[in-house]
Design a protein around this ligand. Structure first.
Ligand code: FAD
Length: 365
């Protein structure tokens, strides 16, 4: 395994930590982009991934602050309310599994979520965790199985040599019959055919130390959140059970955000306008946050690079015209809810299986 920078330096080591399947929200959009049958499978797959992640962490006893929890989508705008009602009805009509979803009307939502401006909410089962801890543990398990990890070793080109490929790096080259491009936002660097297909975009998160009003088991948030102002304008909120710290995730739909977050792979900086917006919005939404004393409130912000695709689903499978090369990239900021189901599917394809072999939806775990 070649890693251009440090171990876990990509989005997996930098994300907000939500392992949060889509409850039903994406059903309308995926039905339009693909078809209702596939939309149903995408949602079912994300729900399965949550169980796969949980089972893996339990089996290997991984210390990654895993918290199997309930999560809210809080409806913060009339436009989103209309959209989500439509998606809910369409998902229900199509026979979607509703057993885990609970709707809260506006009054109930205000009390349950502590968001006094909520127009409603719905909740379902998800998880949050420390993604870098999980990622490092997975690398450790693989190293124990014999994997060699080369950090600070970027693959700069892949050239052919007879029936093999030669992966060239500044530290030397590796000759192999199989190459897997698991580089997400960076996939187009070595696969120019993905140039317009997997677009890098910078996502940003912030850590907050809670005030007294949000400290201790009785006052902490009981659920994780997505505060949904519109379909593309939202903030995620996770209060970590293990230390009480809050992680705010921001969206690229924040009004006034310019193009600077698009087409960039620079995750060494964060955007001040986004920081100011999300911290102000958080305090406005959680109006009982209270005054911050020294050591409370914003601690730091960070960024990482997402890979966006046109249809919001990843590219997974053989690279056309390059036999022996495979790609798994373009997780659209949702890799934690997809990769644990997608990567095993790619392995089946690499080992000679067919696409139908990759379905996990009816398989026993
Ligand atoms: C701030 C932020 C918050 C997020 N929050 C969430 C969330 O709450 N829930 C969720 O589901 N998802 C979230 N995501 C998205 C999630 O992190 C990604 O979908 C997921 O981590 C993608 O995993 P990956 O392994 O495909 O890519 P990455 O983790 O980015 O790994 C790709 C790796 O390839 C390496 N690489 C690139 N080019 C080369 C090369 N030429 N040679 C060698 N190595 C190379 C990179 O250095 C990188 O380490 C968030 C992302 C960010 C940035």
């Amino acid at each position: 395994m070649l890693e251009a920078r440090e171990a876990c330096s990509g989005a997996t080591g930098r994300n907000a930590g939500h392992c949060r399947p889509d409850a039903f929200r994406g059903f309308t959009a995926f039905s339009k982009r693909i078809n209702p049958e596939q939309a149903m499978k995408i949602i079912a797959h994300e729900k399965l991934v949550l169980q796969l992640v949980k089972a893996f962490i339990d089996k290997h006893n991984i210390d990654c602050d895993f918290d199997y929890c309930r999560t809210f989508d809080v409806v913060m705008g009339e436009e989103f309310l209309q959209y989500i009602k439509g998606s809910f009805e369409a998902y229900k009509q199509a026979g979607g599994d509703m057993s885990d979803i609970a709707w809260l009307d506006a009054e109930t939502a205000k009390k349950a979520t502590r968001v006094l401006s909520a127009l409603g909410a719905y909740e379902w089962t998800a998880a949050n965790l420390h993604p870098a801890k999980l990622c490092l543990a997975i690398l450790g398990l693989n190293k124990a199985l014999g994997m060699k990890l080369f950090t600070h070793t970027p693959a700069v080109s892949v050239t052919s040599s007879g029936n093999d490929w030669v992966v060239n790096t500044p530290r030397g080259s590796i000759t192999t019959s199989i190459v897997v491009h698991a580089t997400n936002a960076f996939a187009a660097t070595l696969l120019p055919c993905l140039q317009a297909q997997v677009r890098p975009v910078r996502a940003q998160a912030h850590k907050l130390i809670p005030t007294r009003a949000y400290s201790g088991p009785d006052k902490m948030l009981t659920h994780t959140y997505s505060l949904r102002f519109s379909l593309f304008h939202f903030y995620s909120v996770i209060q970590r059970k293990v230390d009480g710290a809050l992680v705010l995730g921001t969206s690229r739909g924040i009004p006034g955000i310019g193009q600077e977050v698009f087409e960039t792979t620079d995750d060494s900086v964060h955007n001040k306008t986004i920081a100011v917006d999300c911290l102000a919005k958080f305090k406005q939404v959680f109006s009982d946050w209270g005054e911050e004393v020294q050591g409370e409130g914003h601690e730091f912000g960070w960024t990482g690079i997402l890979g966006l695709t046109k249809d919001a689903v990843p590219f997974i499978g053989p690279v056309p015209c390059l036999p022996g090369q495979f790609v798994i990239a373009g997780f659209n900021g949702h890799g934690m809810a997809r990769i644990f189901g997608s990567a095993p599917g790619l392995v089946k394809i690499i080992l000679g299986g067919s696409w139908s072999d990759t379905s996990m939806l009816n398989a026993s775990r």
